[in-house]
Design a protein around this ligand. Structure first.
Ligand code: CA
Length: 429
């Protein structure tokens, strides 16, 4: 399900001068090829905000007035005046953050290219070495939180290349910019307030509070509200330091996955083979069945560690011509970290690759490029013109668009996998 709404992508073209109508792309929200800390658009990772389509705010007031208004709110919320002044000393809006926030990438990387970058041999080797190096801490973390070490190290690798790329923007400046003139000012303001609360807790200093342009911080790329609710001091030095302490970062990720429903030693999912005649309309995250029920429909896989009543759904990351996976509750827990199926698949496969697994059998439909943003909009417009209901023509392939694609595919007698292709767009034109 390549097309969960997302609002960030790397490898983007920045389309200058276009009125910014909101969320940018589909596909992976974390681009492992472009770790945080580059100048490319990045967004918060853990605990994604709801995706909203919004126009960029044109500030009605100047920054000094906005700052005064926000200061009043912060003080009412319990922030000490002296702390506020220290955090905001010299802070002015950052034009690079405004540009990143408004980026509307035209091109989308295919899921197979994304996975190739995410599960590179270098990353796998590094993860294996870190599993050995941090074995004692990971033992203790598994015991305390009931979250398997492979998924933690995989997330660590995906989020910050194991702490190598954490972003070096001032979180206060970035979030103040976004609260003042970003596309989702209320969300940014709530994060900014949380960032001030982190400073007030004494866990770090204004200079140490660094992250991506969108405020994702440290080795786990937590946004400030997730930090407040889930960051932990695991190494016992009295500070929740997800920037400099790997133990704190891994335990914080474990705490978050635990809260998201991770179940120890259960599979996130596995690849399956489908029968020749299969109703691809069943590949829908709303259709959940036990393995036994899927098996009756002709699906074959190797379920290990599942309970008889665990229900999963069928994921076709590249449509019916690509590999198929059954995914279960732990996949949903990874999605809470970053709401992109490609991301969750990459985490699952990367984690398996540390033990020598994670290979995908069968090929990807590499002759089929992903639709660009303007093509996705054209697809939505074309579907609407034919009386389907794909939702707003925003270039985001969500549940409504996928349903409309399925209905159109069914009308043509095509496999109804809900996966839009250039050929399908051609049929609409
Ligand atoms: Ca600590």
């Amino acid at each position: 399900m390549l097309h969960r709404p997302a609002y960030r992508r790397s490898s983007c073209l920045l389309i200058a001068g276009i009125l910014l109508l909101g969320a940018c792309a589909e596909t992976p929200q974390t681009d492992p090829g472009q770790p945080t800390g580059t100048a490319l658009p990045q967004a918060p990772s853990a605990a994604k905000p709801p995706i909203q389509v919004a126009t960029a705010a044109t500030p009605a007031i100047d920054f000094a007035d906005w700052r005064q208004q926000f200061r009043d709110k912060a003080l009412r919320a319990g922030i000490q005046p002296a702390l506020f002044e220290r955090a905001f000393a010299g802070v002015a809006p950052d034009p690079a953050v405004v540009r990143a926030d408004g980026a509307q990438p035209e091109f989308t990387r295919s899921v197979w290219e994304y996975l190739e970058g995410a599960i590179s041999p270098t990353r796998v080797r590094k993860g294996q070495a870190l599993l050995r190096e941090h074995a004692a801490a990971l033992d203790a973390i598994e015991q305390r939180y009931g979250v398997n070490r492979e998924v933690l190290v995989a997330i660590w690798g995906m989020e910050s290349s194991f702490g190598q790329f954490m972003g070096d923007n001032s979180v206060i400046r970035s979030l103040a910019t976004l609260a003042y003139e970003g596309r989702r000012p209320q969300f940014a303001e709530s994060q900014l307030l949380a960032a001030l609360q982190i400073l007030q807790s004494g866990d770090t200093t204004p200079a140490g509070l660094r992250g991506s342009w969108a405020g994702a911080m440290g080795q786990t790329q937590f946004i400030p509200t997730t930090y407040l609710s889930h960051a932990v001091d695991f190494d016992g030095d009295g500070r929740r330091d997800i920037w400099n302490s790997s133990a704190d970062a891994l335990a914080s990720a474990a705490h978050y996955l635990q809260a998201s429903g991770w179940q120890m030693d259960k599979p996130w999912g596995f690849q399956v083979a489908l029968p020749d005649t299969f109703d691809y309309a069943l590949a829908d995250s709303d259709i959940r069945k036990t393995y036994a029920e899927w098996h009756v429909l002709g699906i074959k896989g190797t379920p290990q560690g599942l309970a008889a009543d665990d229900r999963g759904y069928l994921l076709l990351p590249a449509g019916h011509r690509g590999p198929a996976f059954l995914v279960f509750g732990n996949f949903g827990a990874i999605l809470k970290y970053n709401n992109s199926s490609s991301y969750a698949l990459a985490v699952g496969l990367l984690g398996a690759s540390f033990d020598g697994g994670g290979q995908i059998s069968g090929g990807w439909p590499k002759d089929e490029r992903p639709l660009g943003r303007s093509e996705r909009i054209a697809l939505q417009e074309g579907l609407a013109a034919r009386g389907y209901n794909p939702g707003p023509a925003d270039g985001i392939i969500g549940a409504n668009t996928r349903r409309a694609v399925r209905a159109f595919q069914q009308s043509l007698g095509l496999p109804a996998d809900g996966y839009p292709t250039p050929a399908l767009l051609q049929r609409l034109r």
